[in-house]
Design a protein around this ligand. Structure first.
Ligand code: ATP
Ligand code: MG
Length: 342
């Protein structure tokens, strides 16, 4: 890798799906990536606008997201964390990409398709639905902005959860098309980095991934106190079998708990099944709660401390944006020349 970039939306408080899926990787890359590799972790606030949000809540979520990143171990001396909207080059590059990306590529995105399907009632045509549903252009085209976030810095590697794999493929397609169109090798084609916990599922509906934008009780937030964690795990979906197996097809909820346990402990799925195969579900749920509480408690101490240091957190974001914008402006200057604006 030469430049690693990965974003998080300030759409709520980060949860263990974000943490086990990507944030833990962001942290470990600080040790494992060579010193020459630049690490960029933007808080992508422009993406959070694709669904209407309370402005005050958005501001709070941004700070809280930055706090959680720092508490998880992001070191501002090694990695840049910053607010996407502080660097206007993201939106300018997104416009260039908007002008070359076929709409068909975007309408194939499964996230868009599922949002459209949620709103579609068989009585109405797709045209009627699109007019009246509140589905907006930004929600349709946000994968283009995401491509701009990544390519603006000429990122070579992008740590992501499985839900973002298709969007990263789109990013590669856009990069390739741009390079071909202008007959210059401007952008590298970025590769994904995933972890063993690439898809942590909702605690109540194991057919859906755990998400910030879902109801509170479907996920475990990084800042949830032990009694809340215990309660959420206890109430999470179960079945009536009296032992533990890993079978995502027939026992998706239990498989999800096994995945969480393995990821938190840094062991394999097989090891969990060997260790806990004979446990009943209640005992296993208690064990999952225990390892989660142990893992999160030092992070939560840091979260508490940083909540009282908002000035420091703001300063970290400001420094991050200043440094990232040097790379961004430099690359954008080249891109403006390539497209003929300069
Ligand atoms: P939202 O519901 O607002 O989209 P989110 O929980 O999906 O929030 P994002 O900010 O969209 O979080 O994603 C940040 C990163 O976390 C992405 O790389 C995404 O792939 C990853 N991620 C999100 N949810 C999960 C999950 N359940 N398991 C593993 N990785 C996840
Ligand atoms: Mg998401």
């Amino acid at each position: 890798p030469e430049l690693i970039l990965s974003g998080i939306q300030p759409t709520g408080s980060p949860h263990i799906g974000n943490f086990l899926g990507v944030l833990s990787k962001w942290v470990s890359l600080q040790q494992t990536a060579h010193d020459s590799v630049t690490l960029l972790y933007p808080i992508v606030d422009l993406h959070a606008l694709t669904i209407p949000r309370d402005p005050e809540q958005l501001k709070k979520s941004k700070i809280e997201t930055a706090i959680v990143l720092l508490a998880c171990g992001i070191d501002p001396a090694r990695s840049l964390i910053f607010e996407q909207s502080r660097i206007p080059a993201h939106t300018e590059l997104a416009w260039f990409f908007n002008c070359i990306t076929p709409m068909g590529w975007l309408s194939r995105m499964t996230q868009w398709k599922s949002k459209l399907k949620l709103k579609t009632n068989s009585q109405f045509s797709e045209h009627d639905v699109l007019s009246a549903s509140g589905l907006c252009l930004g929600l349709f085209s946000y994968p283009v902005l995401q491509a701009a976030d990544i390519l603006l810095y000429k990122a070579t590697h992008v740590p992501i959860g499985e839900d973002q794999v298709q969007h990263l493929e789109l990013t590669r397609d856009i990069a390739e098309m741009f390079n071909k169109m202008f007959r210059q090798n401007v952008f590298p084609l970025p590769l994904p980095i995933t972890t063993s916990a690439k898809r942590i599922m909702s605690l109540y509906d194991p057919s859906k991934k755990m998400s910030k934008s879902d109801p509170e009780n479907t996920r475990i937030n990084m800042s949830d106190p032990p009694e809340i964690i215990a309660e959420k795990i206890k109430k999470s979906t179960s079945d009536s079998l009296k032992y533990i197996t890993y079978d995502p097809e027939t026992r998706p909820a239990i498989a999800n708990l096994v995945t969480i346990y393995a990821a938190v402990q840094g062991i394999t799925i097989d090891q969990v099944v060997v260790e806990h195969g004979k446990s009943n579900i209640k005992t296993f749920k208690d064990a999952v709660t225990q390892v989660l509480v142990e893992k999160l408690s030092p992070i939560q101490e840091e979260i508490q401390r940083l909540r009282l240091e908002q000035g420091y957190v703001q300063q970290v974001l400001k420094n991050g944006a200043e440094k990232a914008s040097i790379i961004a402006e430099n690359n954008l200057d080249e891109i403006r020349r390539v497209v003929g604006l300069k």
